[in-house]
Design a protein around this ligand. Structure first.
Ligand SMILES: C[S@@+](CC[C@H](N)C(=O)[O-])C[C@H]1O[C@@H](n2cnc3c(N)ncnc32)[C@H](O)[C@@H]1O
Length: 301
């Protein structure tokens, strides 16, 4: 069934990238989900006949995957970042941030070996990065914000499922707007960063994701600009901003020639995730209050 499904997926020219990268893995994931067994047990089940009920469930999922182009993660309601499982539905994008790879090594070599005390996940969506960060640094207090109340409802479910009600604080905020007076040792962000032309070219699978989680103006940098302008005012001394910007490195460097970005190597390349320490922002030595948007742009560009 897996082999035949993978053939059908290839013929239908499905797009992958929401948890798996190819037709075989996507087919195996759906069949194992229908069987009610974890993906890692695949090899144990290959020689056994698929029970009729599981076969029916799998067939339904596979038909919807092909006919409606729904990402498998929305059909199974689960997504993984490394060993961490998250509930997902169409209120949030399917977790796949490269920042999670860097958290696996505790952002070494940039962060000091001691744990950050306070962490902010800006644009948290399902809460996935905030939750991975909370597991990575069990002593840290984590705030996570999103503008979308619907996304926050999903994040709250994941917060509960990971037992983080006490240490992870979720709140609705337009970027930093609800965080006046707060500062952090580490700010993580995977904001929307898809430009208008790229939005028009997105495969059908991505159109099932919330547009506000992807679209970021004409060049994809609307949110990135606002975050870079405000971040130094929300970072503690020697605090770090770690932000995913898609494959937009050249664009970001052109827009902010004075900022000495560090570009982390991830499985997506070295043009997706930037790091900046508070002291690298020219505005960090300035007033203690965030500037308004137009003066911030002048100062950084
Ligand atoms: C690319 S998704 C990232 C979600 C999650 N961090 C992840 O890595 O899977 C971007 C998120 O930013 C949120 N968002 C969009 N505009 C925002 C804003 N102005 N302030 C806060 N969050 C915003 C969207 O609702 C969406 O959940």
């Amino acid at each position: 069934m897996i082999a035949e499904t993978a053939r059908r997926f290839r013929t239908a020219r499905l797009a992958f990238g929401h948890g798996t990268l190819n037709a075989n893995d996507e087919a195996a994931w759906l069949v194992m989900h229908a069987l009610g067994r974890p993906f890692e047990e695949l090899s144990q089940h290959l020689s056994q006949p698929l029970p009729a009920a599981a076969r029916r469930r799998a067939a339904q999922l596979i038909e919807r995957r092909i006919a409606e182009r729904i990402p498998a993660a929305y059909l199974t309601h689960e997504a993984w970042l490394g060993e961490h499982r998250f509930y997902v539905d169409k209120r949030v994008i399917v977790p796949r941030s490269y920042i999670a790879e860097l958290l696996r090594t505790q952002l070494s070599p940039w962060l000091p070996r001691r744990s950050p005390g306070t962490i902010l996940d800006l644009c948290t969506g399902s809460g996935c990065l905030a939750i991975v960060a909370a597991h990575t640094w069990p002593g840290a207090a984590v705030d996570a914000v999103d503008l979308s109340p619907a996304a926050l409802a999903v994040a709250r479910r994941n917060q509960r499922e990971h037992g983080l009600e006490k240490r992870l604080h979720l709140r609705q905020s337009d970027l930093f707007s609800a965080l006046a007076g707060k500062t952090y040792d580490l700010i993580l962000s995977n904001p929307p960063y898809v430009g208008a032309a790229a939005m028009r070219r997105l495969p059908a699978e991505y159109r099932h994701e919330p547009e506000m989680a992807l679209a970021a103006g004409c060049d994809g940098l609307d949110l990135v600009r606002r975050i870079l302008a405000a971040a130094p005012f929300y970072l503690n001394p020697r605090g770090w901003l770690v932000m995913e910007v898609g494959h937009n490195r050249a664009r970001v460097e052109r827009a902010f020639p004075r900022l000495p970005f560090i570009w982390a190597q991830t499985s997506g390349g070295d043009d997706c995730v930037l790091l900046l320490q508070r002291e690298s922002f020219p505005s960090a030595a300035g007033p203690a209050m965030p500037p308004n948007r137009s003066t911030a742009r002048l100062r950084l560009a």
